[in-house]
Write a protein that binds this ligand. Structure first.
Ligand code: MN
Length: 200
């Protein structure tokens, strides 16, 4: 699994002339770093959580999606870096291709790095936080807001992390956004509508 910012695995696994996924032109549109959570109805349905770090989207596959309850520890498996413009991808990856299935932009927005370094006046870079296996970010999305910790678990290999809601004013043990807010943050469409409309 790539630890540096590296799109080679992304490109290697795809025939980019045969899938609607972006090639990765690295365009930067927002002054603040972005995040996206894509619902991916592949062979196993999961949520792809991606945050912009140094020109790429650092990515994790979160089987159950994010929780707003600080008591939940959501498994997050780090996957290949993706190009920045992947954050705008919503559509259908054709049968027979890597990750075949429908992709919905379930949530999107910007984030802030909450981590301070040894000198408390200076924030630790996201890259350094991820290298150390403990990042803390504030998400400003449409569905997901507030602080989240990303913690690498040492036991089960280097790609396994936990995504945990911090206990702040946005924490809510009763909300179940992945079950109750099931439409696209980009287009308002359901997974089924995306599948039908993009498959023609
Ligand atoms: Mn995926």
């Amino acid at each position: 699994m790539s630890k540096k910012n590296d799109l080679s695995q992304y490109r290697k696994k795809r025939k980019l002339d045969q899938t609607p996924e972006p090639e990765g032109k690295q365009k930067k549109t927002s002054p603040k770093p972005i995040f996206v959570i894509q619902l991916h109805d592949a062979s196993t349905r999961h949520y792809d959580f991606r945050i912009e770090v140094n020109g790429v989207l650092k990515s994790w596959s979160v089987p159950k999606g994010p929780s707003t309850n600080p008591r939940d520890k959501r498994l997050a498996i780090q996957t290949d870096d993706h190009p920045l413009d992947y954050a705008e991808f919503e559509g259908v990856i054709p049968e027979g291709h890597y990750g075949a299935g429908t992709v919905m932009i379930w949530d999107k927005g910007t984030y802030r790095n909450l981590k301070t370094g040894d000198d408390e006046n200076q924030s630790m870079s996201m890259e350094e936080s991820l290298k150390q296996g403990h990042a803390a970010i504030w998400l400003d999305g449409q569905k997901i807001k507030g602080g989240y910790a990303l913690i690498r678990t040492k036991k089960s290999g280097e790609n396994q992390w936990l995504l945990i809601k911090m206990d702040d004013q946005e924490a809510d043990a009763r909300r179940r956004p992945v079950s109750t807010q099931t439409k696209s943050a980009a287009s308002g469409r359901t997974l089924k509508e995306i599948a039908e409309q993009e498959n023609n």
